[in-house]
Every structure is written in structure tokens, then in C-alpha cells.
Design a protein around this ligand. Structure first.
Ligand code: PBG
Length: 324
């Protein structure tokens, strides 16, 4: 054979492969989700998410310090309230669980970026992401309360607010209210293309946020659509989103890629609970090498175009990268 082109020339040694690598996963790309629950001294593992715990405000501080010491730049906070009602009042209460957690974290670990998930599903008795009227999640009434929720997070000291409800117009409403109240420098990270996905199953255990009737298909997107994702992202950018997000990540790599190529804006991808649970379970069963699988998946999410990845693997990855 007289081959001129031999791509294998560039794969001969690990030094050569290192030099030629196009995508690298860095600890600075990662955002670690945290669940905060009422009580004291709580460090309770989530059954469907091995290695992930729910913390009370006193114990979450130690966890955030550890996250920061590993070089992970940001956490994403979710709250599980002590009571739920029809209108999700604890979501926007100044002394709600997330608001208290943000204050405590910013006081003890001021440098870490605290992003808050802005939604109502953990706080409503029916488990939907807004106000329900005649069995339908009412858009405009929900948006009003979601904007109020974002404002209460900013007041508590959140560095970034991240609306995950998928109501129409919520990014604009949040931006307007934050600006009116003087929070012009608090960015909005919008869950822009958020799909109605089965991969949120384990999260709903952790956050106690499963809908009590029906599903979320009248507000979250149909997994079959990607043109629609671009329209959703375009709207959020128009309304003032600083960072846009595609969620889930693994089954939506094409959407991540289209979003990055079309808009060239800071893009986050959410490697969701089900994606984590799947790899953990296969690892435990001995069907897959957990570390290799996690690193390959996260690298592919970056390769597709994500600038940052929200992932339950963040601490594991920080450890793996440090001992490489
Ligand atoms: C709240 C919210 C959900 C997730 C993030 N924010 C659940 C849902 O929409 O049902 C899922 C995250 C995950 O699965 O890790 N609306």
C-alpha cells in the first residue's frame, strides 16, 4: 500500500494525542446542583442518585466549601420547602428555604457563584411549575410569581437566576423586575430549550416536585423538535437572557450544536438526573466503567458546543481531573 494520508500518524503516542485534542473538559466548565431541605444536620442520600445528598442549611455550607476547594466555580440551588400550597408561596418568600440558603452561603463562601433555579414546582401542592386554573397552567399569572421569585433570590444575594419553568415571557418579566429593583447586574441563565423528558425522574425524587396530575407537556418542549428549540432560544435572547440552556444534554447534542452555531451566545447544557443515574447504575452493575462513561459523555457535551455543564458528576470530575 502506498497511502499518503495516514490519520493514525497523529494518534501514535499519548503526548501526540494530548497535543492534537480538540476538546478539553475543565473543572471551570462545571456547575454543581445542590438540594436544600428544612431541618438541621441533614445529609441524606437520594435513593435514585447515588452520591448525591440533600442538605439542610447548616450542612450545605460545608458542602459548598468542599465544592469551592475543588475548583468548581458555581453551584445551582434547588429548595425543598417545609410546606406546599396552591400558589407556591414559599417560592417567593423572603425567608423561604432557598433565600435563607443563599444568604448563608454568600456569607460563609462569598466567592462561589450561586445560581438559583427559579421555578414553582417544588413549592406548589399540585407540583406544576406555575398557577393552575381549570387544570391548565396559566401562563401570565405564573410569570408574575416567577418574576417575584427571581427578585427574592436576587435580594437574598443570588449571583445568577435561572428560570426553569418554560412559561412564555418569563425572561423578559424577570429582566424588567430585576432592573426596576436595581439588580441590573444579576444575569439571567434561561432554561430556554427545556424538553418534557423522562430523564428528570430521579430529580423529582430529590426535589419532591413530581406533578400530582397530568404532565408538563403543555409547557416543556416535545423531544421530537429542534427548530422549535431555536425559536425558544431566540425569544429568550430577545427578552434579555445572558446565558441560554439546553436541557437535557445527552439526548439533545444536536440541539446544543445548532444552538451554539446559530446564536454564538454563552450556552449551558444540563446533564440531568436521569443521565447521571443511568451511568451510576450501569457502573454499579459492572456493565460500564463509570468514570470513562461520565468523562466521555461530558466531553461530548462540550464538543457539541456547550460552554458550561450543569452536572451531578462535577465533584467526581474535579477529582478525576486533579489526579490525571
Ligand atoms: C424544575 C426543574 C426540573 C429540573 C431542573 N429544574 C424538573 C422538572 O422540570 O420536572 C430537572 C433537573 C434534573 O433532572 O436533574 N422545573
Amino acid at each position: 500500500m502506498d497511502l499518503v494520508k495516514r490519520p493514525r500518524r497523529l494518534r501514535r503516542s499519548s503526548a501526540m494525542r494530548d497535543m492534537l485534542r480538540e476538546t478539553t473538559l475543565d473543572v471551570k466548565d462545571l456547575i454543581y446542583p445542590l438540594f436544600v431541605v428544612p431541618g438541621e444536620g441533614v445529609r441524606q442520600e437520594v435513593a435514585s442518585m447515588p452520591g448525591i445528598r440533600r442538605f439542610s442549611i447548616d450542612t450545605v455550607i460545608g458542602e459548598v466549601k468542599e465544592v469551592e476547594s475543588m475548583g468548581i466555580p458555581a453551584v445551582l440551588l434547588f429548595g425543598v420547602p417545609s410546606f406546599k400550597d396552591e400558589i407556591g408561596s414559599e417560592a417567593y418568600a423572603d425567608d423561604g428555604i432557598v433565600q435563607k440558603a443563599v444568604r448563608a452561603i454568600k456569607q460563609s463562601v462569598p466567592e462561589i457563584i450561586v445560581i438559583t433555579d427559579v421555578c414553582m414546582c417544588e413549592y406548589t401542592s399540585h407540583g406544576h411549575c406555575g398557577i393552575v386554573e381549570d387544570g391548565y397552567v396559566s401562563n401570565d399569572k405564573s410569570v408574575e410569581l416567577i418574576a417575584k421569585t427571581a427578585l427574592s433570590h436576587a435580594r437574598a444575594g443570588a449571583d445568577v437566576v435561572a428560570p426553569s419553568d418554560m412559561m412564555d415571557g418569563r425572561v423578559g418579566a424577570i429582566r424588567k423586575l430585576l432592573d426596576e429593583e436595581g439588580f441590573i447586574n444579576v444575569p439571567v441563565m434561561a432554561y430556554s430549550a427545556k424538553y418534557a423528558s423522562c430523564f428528570y425522574g430521579p430529580f423529582r425524587d430529590a426535589a419532591e416536585s413530581a406533578p400530582q396530575f397530568g404532565d408538563r407537556k403543555s409547557y416543556q418542549m416535545d423531544p421530537a423538535n429542534s427548530d422549535e428549540a431555536l425559536r425558544e432560544i431566540a425569544l429568550d435572547i430577545e427578552e434579555g437572557a445572558d446565558i441560554v440552556m439546553v436541557k437535557p444534554a445527552l439526548a439533545y447534542l444536536d440541539v446544543i450544536k445548532r444552538a451554539k452555531q446559530t446564536f454564538n451566545i454563552p450556552l449551558a447544557a444540563y446533564n440531568v438526573s436521569g443521565e447521571y443515574a443511568m451511568v451510576k447504575a450501569a457502573g454499579r452493575m459492572g456493565f460500564l466503567d463509570e468514570k470513562a462513561a461520565a468523562m466521555e459523555i461530558l466531553t461530548s457535551i462540550k464538543r457539541a458546543g456547550a460552554d458550561m455543564i450543569i452536572t451531578y458528576f462535577a465533584k467526581d470530575v474535579a477529582g478525576w481531573l486533579a489526579t490525571r
